[in-house]
Structures are given as C-alpha cells and as structure tokens.
Design a protein around this ligand. Sequence first.
Ligand SMILES: C[S@@+](CC[C@H](N)C(=O)[O-])C[C@H]1O[C@@H](n2cnc3c(N)ncnc32)[C@H](O)[C@@H]1O
Length: 341
Amino acid sequence: MNLATLRKLIFEKNLPAMLRLDGQARHLYRSAFATSAGASGVLALLARGPSRADAIASHMGLDAGQLPAVEAWLECGVKAGELARRDGRYRLRGRLSRMLADGGNATLGALFEEVSRYHYDAILQAPQRLRSAQRYTLADQDGVLIARASRILEPLVEEAVDWAFAALPASNASVLEVGCGAGHYLGYMLSRRPGLRLVALDFQQEVADAARQVLAMSGWSGADVAVEHADILAFDTTERFDLVTLHNNIYYFGGERRAALLRKVRSLLKPRGRLLLTTSCRGGSAAIAALHLWWKLSEVTDGLPERGAMRQMLREHGFDAVEDKRVLPGESYFAFLAGSA
Ligand SMILES: C[S@@+](CC[C@H](N)C(=O)[O-])C[C@H]1O[C@@H](n2cnc3c(N)ncnc32)[C@H](O)[C@@H]1O
C-alpha cells in the first residue's frame, strides 16, 4: 500500500474507528458462530475431540455436496477465534465455544441461543417490523428451547413455590400448573409435598410431551399427576384447586386474553385457593428489556406487565390479599401471591 492510500484510509475513512468497529464485529461473529455450532451439536462433537469437516458435515446430517459450504461456515468460526484448524481437523478454541460445549452449561447455552436468536433479532428488526406491521407469532419461537432457557430461573421459581406452599392445606392439597413448559417445577412440587394432586398443562404439544418425559425420567410417573396438552382458556374440568401456578407465561396473554386468563384461573380455585404468578416485569436488565420488546413486536402486543399494573389487575379480577416480592435482588423479577375470597 502506498502512502497516499494509507493517508486516505486514516483521514478520510477514519481507520482507528474502523479498527474499533472491527473488534465489535468480531463479537457478533463469535456469538453467531458459537450459537449455531451449539444448536447444531457441533460444539458437543468437538468437545469429544478434533474432527474433520466431512465428519462434522455428516454429524450435522448434511451430504457431501454441502461440504464446501460447511467448510466456509467453519472458516468463519476459525477467523472469529472460536475454532482452530490443524492438519485438516477442527478443534474448540474460543472461550465462548468451550464454555457452551460443556454439558454442565446446557441451560446457559439455551439462554445464549435465546438471546442470539430472539432478543438480538427483535432489536435488529424492530424499526422494519413496526413499519411493515409484521408481528412475531408463537410459531417464530422454538418452545422446547424457550423451556430449556427458562430453567435459569429455577432457583427463583422454587423459592416462590415454597412461599406459596407454606399456605397449602396440610393434606389432600391440589395444584394446577398452567403452561408447565418442560415440567421441571412439577418434580420440585412433588418432592416438597409427596402425595400432592397435580395437574399440569401446556398448549404446545411437544412441550407437554417433554414435560411427561421429564416426569417419567425423574421417577414421578406413578404419582397423582396428569400432564395435558391444552389451552388454559379452553380447559374444561370440574376439579378445583388449592393453588394455580403461572410461571413465566403471563406475557403470552395480551389484552382481553390476559383478563380472561385471570378470570379462568380464579374460577378453577377452591374457596380460599391462591394463585402464584412469577414473571419478569418491565424495568429490569437489558435481557428483560429485550424480552419485553420481543413480546411488544408479537401478535400479543402487551409485552411484560408492570409490577403495579399486575397487582391492580389481580385485584380487578377478584383476587384479594395480593402480595408480591422481588425474588432476585436488583432485577425486575417478581412473584405475586393472590388469594381468592
Ligand atoms: C416461557 S414458557 C415457561 C414454561 C415454564 N412455566 C417455566 O417457567 O419454565 C411459557 C409456557 O407457557 C405455555 N403457554 C402459553 N400460552 C398457553 C395457554 N394458553 N395455555 C397453556 N399453556 C400456555 C407455552 O406453551 C410455554 O411452554
């Protein structure tokens, strides 16, 4: 490069800023590569040892004709610093990929994938989606991935469950879990109160199936538990419950449906029964702001509730003695416990 070109790059194209931007872009490349390599099982494969491109392609279920494109994708991983290549074999190199490849970090991996796939997309697409009125639908989300990522909240939800269980009748207690996701709280509740009558439902078939599997694998299938594939708003039963739980799903219901949900839940409670609702509320971290944005851009449009508005809404729908607590200090994540008169 001659001096005149260098001078143009420095003074006309702001080379120092360009180099700083390059560092930012590298973060994006790293994140995109690590996310897709994690989701396609390539990180787990490389965690077992170095692999050639053709073995990686076959592990991904791709045929030889797609090998050049797979090599181009792996090259992005190498250039971003997430992979290394030696003698035609790829191995894990970057800290991010090594962390996500660790089986013990599966929940963090799902969370990172949720951030990369949905939060990042919502922020990137918001202006264009708003202009074109193109709304996200539930079909845009992988329900099983969301259920896996939601496991990061387990300690918080479990604390909230203990709070609600303190007021459960000593015997013959019954719980309805609405939107049970992968069903991890079902086992927790059974372990806290063996003999509990438990009905769980989720309106995504594959998610309800996953919940049944989790229960069977953890040895609870003989307990008094039913997992149903159902929409709570259409759920038909004569049974009444001491406690209904709604964890991390109030924002799946907007407008009149949110009101209908609360009326429905209340109608399913025994006298003096209670509702336990856990949710992120507006006003928290960047992750909560992005979650709120995704739901604002969705067909549901309401987004996350505000803490005060949530309390008010519970009262308006026949719940009295509404209590709430911030379950994670410093974060806008709340548990609401509401009694029905
Ligand atoms: C973010 S996930 C949370 C899952 C679980 N409660 C947890 O905290 O890990 C929300 C779940 O609510 C379920 N859901 C949403 N709307 C529902 C409805 N109308 N009836 C039943 N389940 C519903 C979704 O299918 C999804 O599995």
